[in-house]
Ligand binder design. Sequence first.
Ligand code: ATP
Length: 372
Amino acid sequence: MVRIRLEHIDKVFGKKGREFKALDDISFEIEDNSFFGILGASGAGKTTIMRIIAGLETPTRGAIYFNDQVAASDGKDIIPVEDRNVGMVFQNWALYPHMTNYENIAFPLKSKHWSPEDIHRRITELARVLEISETLEKRPGEISGGQQQRVALARALAKNPSLLLLDEPFSNLDANRRDDARSLVRRVQEEYGITAVIVSHDPSDIFSLARKVAVIHSGRLIQIDTPGEIYDRPRNVRVAGSLGEINLLRGSTSLDGERLVIRVADARIPVPVAASDETWDREVTVGIRPEDLATENDVTNLGGSSEMVKFGTFEVDASNYVHGSFVVSMKVGEERLNVLSRLPVSPGSRLTVYVNASKIKLFDAQSGDLIP
Ligand code: ATP
């Protein structure tokens, strides 16, 4: 269908003297018929990248290619929006409230002068795939959020786009609807063999759909990789922090014989792998995900992994119920540590915590970069 390439894209907003650089030297490629994700916090520049790909915004510098054709270059649009053949789903779905759902989906086809018969055929097919046949004669205000989202998806897919752009498409859905919506989007992308791009600040959206992910921070590309690589080897603390819960603790490293030892306050974690030269005798930020920690009550259930080593015994501050388990918050010196527990634990009690030492990520304390 279509392969997209961004080369050294800058986007500057505002007038002279009050300029704001929203994108700074962004380059990446989106393969044909792939699902690509752009992850970043609010204001990172994700929507601006989408708008540049769609042709709704012109890059100040750099070029964008659709296959090998230049679509925009150095402040000039070469392929206009209407010729890029892009379908978009926005965060708020942007459906026309006074039209029926049928008319909403038909809208882009009417503006392309499709015949009423062709429009009818296309909408009937899309409504079947997206399971919204029963809602077509209603208006958007008369159906559920999940159905509105599917109507917006049907409208985006109506004119057979070569590229589907999804900008935070699930953020208006409640948590249990989101999983269904993600599965549907994945199925549609596969069924229609379309190139798709999703932007979100929510790592669950990105990880459940994208095969390749670009992480953006303050208008810069920080990392581009498969979801697995990004999760296992986040390039710096910022990337690690954008991927969901992670404990980031101040610590230091030393050597004990051949082995690395990580210190956090008074606690000492022996790491059961040989230390590389870069890793020892330095100030670090220690990154540990809650799923790589276990309390004394749960440690045997976690497979009794030989990599689980004792971290220390700490006082419990609080225990909150979240998504089927308890998040136990403890103090390790001045640092805070969150551990998942199957059982509630009383604040004030002391609990021994174990850690899967091979999963600990070490970042340089100053630069925040991952230490290999
Ligand atoms: P969100 O998730 O909140 O939508 P985002 O990552 O999509 O954030 P963008 O909408 O791309 O971020 O915005 C990136 C930066 O550019 C922000 O600081 C924003 O205020 C700024 N910006 C975006 N559009 C314009 C504009 N038309 N004029 C001036 N500044 C803009």
